[in-house]
Write a new protein. Structure first.
Length: 167
C-alpha cells in the first residue's frame, strides 16, 4: 500500500509542474471543427522574425495546425472566419494565451488567406509569411485514453508488487 501511495504522491506532484508559461485557452475561445479543438493563436506565424514576437508557446496539447487539419475542418477561409466570429463583429482570438507578444488577431489577413500552414489549394501568394495568422489545434487523432491505460497498468503493477511483499 505504501508503494501505491508513494506512486500517487509522485504522480500528483509532477502534475503541478505542468507548463506555467501560459494558461490554457478558455472554452469560449475554442472552436470545435473536424474532430479538433481550434484556437486562433497569433496575428503572426512561427516563422522568424514573426512580427518581432517571441515564438509561440505551445502548451496543454496545442500544436500548429496542418494543411490536412484545415481541410478536415473547414471548406474555405470564409468558413474558418465564420466559425471564429464572436457574434459581435469580432473574432475569437486566443493570442494572449500563446505568448505571441500580441493580444489581437487580424481577421483581414485570414480573410485574404494569409494563414500559416494553410492548404495549398487555398494558397495566398502575397505578403511576408512571418506576418500570416497562426492557428493551433489539439485533439483529433491523438487519443487521451492511452494515457489512462498506461496509468492503470502502472497502478496495477504497483498493487501486485505490494501484494507480493505482504506474503
Amino acid at each position: 500500500m505504501r508503494i501505491i501511495k508513494a506512486f500517487l504522491v509522485v504522480l500528483f506532484g509532477f502534475s503541478w509542474l505542468a507548463p506555467a508559461q501560459a494558461a490554457d485557452v478558455p472554452a469560449n475561445l475554442i472552436v470545435d471543427a473536424g474532430g479538433f479543438e481550434w484556437a486562433w493563436a497569433a496575428p503572426c506565424s512561427p516563422v522568424a522574425p514573426s512580427c518581432g514576437a517571441t515564438p509561440l508557446a505551445m502548451h496543454d496539447g496545442w500544436g500548429l495546425a496542418t494543411a490536412e487539419q484545415f481541410l478536415a475542418s473547414f471548406s474555405s477561409f470564409a468558413d474558418l472566419l465564420a466559425k471564429f466570429a464572436d457574434g459581435s463583429g469580432g473574432v475569437l482570438c486566443a493570442s494572449a494565451y500563446f505568448n505571441s507578444g500580441y493580444s489581437h488577431c487580424d481577421a483581414g489577413d485570414a480573410a485574404i488567406g494569409a494563414v500559416y500552414n494553410a492548404p495549398a489549394a487555398w494558397a495566398y501568394a502575397g505578403g511576408a509569411e512571418s506576418q500570416w495568422e497562426s492557428f493551433v489545434t489539439r485533439g483529433g487523432q491523438v487519443p487521451e485514453p492511452g494515457t489512462m491505460v498506461l496509468l492503470a497498468l502502472g497502478l496495477l503493477g504497483a498493487g501486485l508488487a505490494a501484494r507480493r511483499q505482504h506474503r
